[in-house]
Design a protein around this ligand. Structure first.
Ligand code: AMP
Ligand code: MG
Length: 396
C-alpha cells in the first residue's frame, strides 16, 4: 500500500510536467471556474479618488468652530464636485467624490439642518473620518490576481472593479469518461438480472462540467480486451481519460493490459478507505486515471486525486481542497491500517458519519456535508479534532 500523499505527489508531478499550454481570451461572463493564464495588474487606483463612506456633509475640520455652516454644493455618486468653498460644507452621498479642500465627512445622523439652510454639527470632528482614501484597496501597478488563480465570482468581480473586461485563461481540459463493467445499464433502460444502473458516468461527467472541463462522454465499456483496445483508440486528442471500475484485485484487468501494451501504468494500492485501487498510466501518451468502481470510492478518489491533478494541469498552485478541524460527534475505537474518509455531516458543530460507510453506498455522500478524515493507526474519543473537507469545496 502507498500513502495518499505519495500517490498525489506522483500525480501532481506528472501534471506539472504536462501543463496545458493553450490559452484563450474570454469575457468575464465566460470566465467562471477557468484558470487565469496571466497576472492581472491594476491600471488604476481603487478607489480612484477619495470618496464618502456615508450620506452626510463634507467639510474641512479647520473651518469648523462649532458654529453652523452653510451648504455650498450637493454631490451625488457619479458627479464631479467643485472644490469646497472655504468656510462651508457640501451635502454628500455615499460613494461620491470628496471635494478638494474637504478633509472630513460627518454622517447626517450627527448633523442638524437648521431652518435657515445651515447645518449644525453636534459631535467632535476629526480629519479623514468617513473618507475612503484613494488607493486604499489597490494601488495602480499592483498585481491583483496571479496566473494560476482559479476564477470564482469573487475574482471576476475584482477584475471588473479594475475595468478588466476580458481575461486570458487556460484552455479547458478535455476529459474522457469511461464507465467499465458488464453489469452496467444506463438509467431509463430496463434492468436485467445481475445488472445495476451506471451511477459513475453522470457523477463524473457533471462533476467535470462543474470543473469547467470539456467532457467527452465515452459511455459504458464492457469487460473485454478487444473492446477496451477499441475504446481507448477512439479517445485520442483528450488531455485525460478517467475510467471507473475494473481495477479491483482479482478482476480481469483489461484497462491495465492495454496500457501495458500501448503505454505504461502504475497500479497503486492506496492506504485510504474507500478507494484502495487506483491506476495511473498513459495510453499512447494520453494520461489515464483509473478510479475504483464503487461510487463512494469514485467520489473520494476523484476529489482527492483526480481533481487536484486536473487543476495542476491548468497551472493551479493551490490544489489542495480547503479543510478545517472539527470535533467529532462519535468515537472511533478500532485503529485502522488505512486512512478513512467518512462521508459525514456537521451537526451542532460536530462531525457525524453516515451510518453505512460501505463504498458502494452513494447515499452516504448525498447525505453528507463533507469528508471526515480519520487518520490511520489512531482511535478517537468523542470530541477529538478531525479534518473535515466540505464536499461543496471539491464538487466545483
Ligand atoms: P470494479 O472495480 O469494476 O470491480 O467495481 C467495483 C464495484 O463497483 C462493483 O460492485 C461494481 O458493480 C460497482 N461499479 C463499477 N462501476 C460502476 C458504475 N459505473 N456505477 C455503479 N456501480 C459501479
Ligand atoms: Mg467492474
Amino acid at each position: 500500500m502507498i500513502a495518499l500523499e505519495q500517490a498525489l505527489t506522483r500525480l501532481l508531478d506528472s501534471a506539472a510536467s504536462t501543463p496545458i499550454l493553450d490559452h484563450e481570451q474570454v469575457t468575464l461572463a465566460d470566465a467562471k471556474g477557468r484558470v487565469l493564464a496571466e497576472d492581472i495588474i491594476a491600471s488604476l487606483d481603487l478607489p480612484p479618488w477619495p470618496n464618502s463612506a456615508m450620506d452626510g456633509y463634507a467639510l474641512r475640520v479647520a473651518d469648523w468652530n462649532g458654529e453652523p455652516l452653510s451648504v455650498s454644493q450637493r454631490i451625488f455618486a457619479g458627479q464631479a464636485p467643485q472644490p469646497l468653498q472655504p468656510g462651508t460644507c457640501a451635502r454628500i452621498f455615499t460613494g461620491a467624490p470628496v471635494p478638494a479642500g474637504a478633509d472630513c465627512v460627518e454622517m447626517q445622523e450627527n448633523a442638524e439642518l437648521l431652518d435657515d439652510g445651515r447645518v449644525r454639527f453636534t459631535q467632535a470632528l476629526s480629519a479623514q473620518q468617513n473618507i475612503r482614501p484613494q488607493g486604499q484597496e489597490t494601488r495602480k501597478g499592483e498585481t491583483v490576481l496571479q496566473a494560476g488563480t482559479r476564477l470564482s465570482p469573487v475574482e471576476l468581480g475584482l477584475a471588473a472593479s479594475l475595468g478588466v473586461a476580458q481575461l486570458r485563461v487556460v484552455r479547458r481540459p478535455r476529459v474522457a469518461v469511461l464507465s467499465t463493467g458488464d453489469e452496467l445499464v444506463e438509467p431509463g433502460l430496463p434492468l436485467g438480472p445481475g445488472q445495476i444502473y451506471n451511477s459513475n458516468r453522470v457523477l463524473l461527467c457533471s462533476w467535470l462540467q462543474a470543473l469547467e472541463c470539456e467532457v467527452v462522454d465515452a459511455g459504458i465499456l464492457v469487460d473485454d480486451l478487444q473492446q477496451t483496445r477499441a475504446a481507448l483508440a477512439r479517445l485520442s486528442r483528450v488531455d485525460l481519460i478517467v475510467s471507473t471500475g475494473g481495477v479491483s484485485v482479482g478482476e480481469a484487468d483489461f484497462l491495465g493490459q492495454v496500457l501495458r501494451e500501448e503505454g505504461e501504468l502504475a497500479l497503486w494500492k492506496l492506504a485510504i478507505k474507500p478507494g484502495k485501487p487506483l491506476t495511473f498510466g498513459h495510453y499512447q501518451g494520453t494520461p489515464v486515471i483509473g478510479l475504483p468502481g464503487n461510487p463512494a470510492s469514485t467520489l473520494v478518489t476523484f476529489a482527492l486525486l483526480a481533481r487536484p491533478y486536473l487543476l495542476r494541469r491548468q497551472g493551479v498552485a493551490a490544489v489542495a481542497p480547503l479543510q478545517f478541524q472539527v470535533p467529532t460527534g462519535f468515537a472511533w475505537s478500532k485503529a485502522g491500517k488505512r486512512r478513512e474518509y467518512l462521508r459525514g455531516r456537521l451537526e451542532n458543530g460536530r462531525a457525524v458519519p453516515y451510518a453505512n460507510q460501505s463504498s458502494g453506498v452513494l447515499r452516504s455522500a448525498a447525505w453528507a456535508h463533507g469528508l471526515i478524515e480519520v487518520r490511520e493507526d489512531r482511535t478517537l474519543a468523542e470530541g477529538e479534532l478531525v479534518n473535515f473537507i466540505p464536499l461543496s469545496e471539491v464538487l466545483g
